[in-house]
Design a protein around this ligand. Structure first.
Ligand SMILES: [Zn+2]
Length: 301
C-alpha cells in the first residue's frame, strides 16, 4: 500500500522520516541524524520507563537503512559494530528502522546479543510495521510530507474535529471506518423508518453495523420492538467522495421536501456518521486553513 521508494535516497530523507516518525510514536529525540563512527547515520531517541518507585530513561540507538529500491534485506554486514556504536552513544538498546526487512542472520545476531545480555533490548521497525503505524490515526501529515503519492492511495484517516470519531458497529464495537484499510464491503450504515398516513417517512433509528450477524441481530431487535424494516448503504461506497456527497444531498432534499422526519436520536446519529465519514473523504485541513477557521469562529454573528 505504501511505497517507501518515494522517500528520497539522496541526503538524509530516510533518517529525517525516521526522526519524525519516532517522535510521532512518542519517543523523545535526543539527536538528529548524525554520522556514526562507522560512517553510517544513526539517531538517538529515548523514552521514559516507569517502575514502581522510579522513572527511568531508556536510550535507543536508531540505525536507519533505506534499501527500498533494491528491495534487499538489511544484512549483518550492513550493521557492523553494533556494540561499539551503542557504547559510543551511551545507548541501552538498538532500533533498526528499515524500509525493507532485516535478514535472518541479522535477526539471529541481535537475538544472541540480547540473550548474552550484551544489549538490553532491540526492536525492528520494518516496512510492514512502519506501514501499520502510518495508516493509524495521527500519521496522515507524515505520509503527506514524505510519501505524497502513497498518500493518494492510502487516503489516511485524519481528524476533522479535535477528536477522532469512529464508525462503531453497534453490536460488537468494531471501528468500521478504520477497518476500511483491511477490508471492503463489510460494514453498513442503516436506517429504520416507517411511513405515516400522510406519506412522511419517520426515521426512528440510524446505526452502523458489520454486515451479516451483527446487522441481523440489530434488524431483528428493531423489528421486534418497532415493527420497522431497514434500508442500508455500504460504508465502502460512502467513502467514495461522490457517493458521500449524494448521501448528504439526498438527506437535505428529503428534509426539504417534507417527506422525511428524523427523530432526535436518529438525527444526532446521522450527523455523527457524516462527520465520521468526512475523516476519510475530505482532504486534510492545512495549518493555515485551521488558523482561518479559528479566526472565523471568533467573529460574532
Ligand atoms: Zn459488528
Amino acid at each position: 500500500m505504501i511505497d517507501f521508494k518515494e522517500v528520497d535516497y539522496e541526503g538524509d530523507s530516510w533518517e529525517l522520516f525516521a526522526r519524525d516518525f519516532l517522535e510521532e510514536v512518542g519517543f523523545f529525540i535526543e539527536s538528529t541524524p548524525d554520522r556514526g563512527p562507522d560512517g553510517g547515520k544513526d539517531l538517538l531517541v529515548s523514552e521514559e520507563l516507569k517502575g514502581k518507585l522510579n522513572k527511568y530513561r531508556f536510550r535507543w540507538l536508531v540505525s536507519c537503512k533505506h534499501f527500498a529500491t533494491s528491495g534487499r534485506s538489511v544484512a549483518e554486514k550492513d550493521e557492523p559494530n553494533i556494540l561499539e556504536r551503542l557504547s559510543s552513544f551511551g545507548a541501552d538498546g538498538f532500533i533498526g528502522f528499515y524500509s525493507t526487512v532485516p535478514s535472518s542472520g541479522l535477526n539471529t545476531r541481535l537475538n544472541d546479543l540480547k540473550k548474552e545480555l550484551k544489549i538490553k533490548d532491540f526492536r525492528i521497525f520494518d516496512q510492514k510495521i512502519i506501514e501499520n503505524y502510518l495508516i493509524r490515526i495521527g500519521y496522515s501529515k507524515l505520509i503527506m510530507r514524505y510519501l505524497p503519492e502513497s498518500y493518494k492511495i492510502v487516503k489516511p484517516l485524519h481528524k476533522v474535529l479535535d477528536e477522532y470519531i469512529p464508525l462503531t458497529c453497534e453490536v460488537c464495537g468494531k471501528d468500521l471506518l478504520e477497518a476500511l484499510y483491511r477490508e471492503n464491503y463489510k460494514g453498513i450504515i442503516a436506517q429504520a423508518s416507517d411511513l405515516d398516513e400522510k406519506g412522511v417517512e419517520h426515521v426512528k433509528k440510524v446505526y452502523c453495523a458489520c454486515k451479516g450477524a451483527c446487522d441481523k441481530q440489530l434488524r431483528d431487535s428493531i423489528y421486534k420492538k418497532y415493527k420497522l424494516t431497514t434500508s442500508w448503504k455500504d460504508i465502502s461506497d460512502l467513502a467514495i467522495p461522490l457517493e458521500f456527497l449524494r448521501y448528504v444531498i439526498s438527506a437535505i432534499n428529503q428534509l426539504h421536501d417534507g417527506e422525511y422526519h428524523y427523530e432526535k436520536d436518529a438525527f444526532e446519529k446521522e450527523k455523527q456518521i457524516i462527520i465520521s465519514l468526512a475523516q476519510k473523504v475530505l482532504r486534510e485541513t492545512t495549518e493555515k486553513e485551521k488558523e482561518r477557521v479559528v479566526s472565523l469562529m471568533s467573529f460574532p454573528f
